[in-house]
Ligand binder design. Sequence first.
Ligand code: ZN
Length: 371
Amino acid sequence: MKAVVKSSPEDGVAGTEVRDCPSPRPGSGEVLLRVAAAAICGTDKHIYHWDPSIQDKVTPPRIYGHEFCGFVEEVGPDSEQSGLAAGDYVSAEMHVVCGYCAQCRRGDGHICANTRILGLHGDGAFAEFVKVPAANVIRLDPRYVPLRVGAFLDALGNAVHTTQVVDMAGKSVAITGFGPIGAMAAAIAEHSGASRIIVTDVSDAALETAREWATRKGFPHLSAYNVRSASDEMRQQIRDETDGGVDVVLEMSGAAAAINFGLDIVRMGGFLSLLGLPSGHSLTIDNYTRNVIFKGVTLQGIIGRRMYSTWQRMLSLLRGGLDVEWIVQAEFEGLEQFHDGMKKFDRHEALKVVFFPEGRAASEKRLAASN
Ligand code: ZN
């Protein structure tokens, strides 16, 4: 089968090959999936560029990619209990957790101490086939999850998890960073009844994308701020338009400036849901006494997706009409043009880039036959 392989510990074209690999065989408790559509994630970009942040997690050669949907090709031995059958339309949670550590036993599998991520620690989905534990497979309904959305449920799950910690209805919501997950979070907030959405970014193009989306949705309560040179007037304006400060900040950027900006504009007793990763291990919180302690805010770190309440909520939001398909802004037939797709993602020319390993038409045909 064709696959995208991190072939050597080097940056860019030198370290990634699209080549023929043996198809995986499903072992006990595993299922073999035929990949219909797969999307590039920020983590894949780090793997592609062999950033220091992932060097201890990936050992080449490794097939990468962990956002995808596809069809059950073969159910391995001892997987009958899953009820899965050849042809089923599915996605999969690619964090494989142990089930035995203290977190798993508490029902917090998303922070399992022994998490293995397929596409990093094991082979992933930029391929024609991928094998996954049957327990991690999620059945999808083709009426509500088109291939182009099924391709990035992993990332959409991150966005859902970020919004899952607070009821969004009637709340003012600030989203710091309008990349793909920021865009998904905005869509979820709007869909969930947020009264106002404030988007901050350092890119005028990203803010323009946010404004265009709000106009298209007919959502008049969006304001977008370029925080490259954030001023006290800007902070005051946001407090004024939110009756004293925003109820909840969804932090997507990992930038210290954005996190501090979020703490400045959040209301007393407000909430910050933190998904973005800083480039280093540390960052400085300004006015910690005033902005964190005296304000009485809650900070919630977000990692992965809750297993499996995030998936259930995500599929429920999609059934209810959550519109995120527009976030796919580039698609490619096959995997051969992987480098071109990565270039587009790198240059922020597309929020999401999707590949159809077998070709879109062939996968649409399978989709139509799947129910
Ligand atoms: Zn565990």
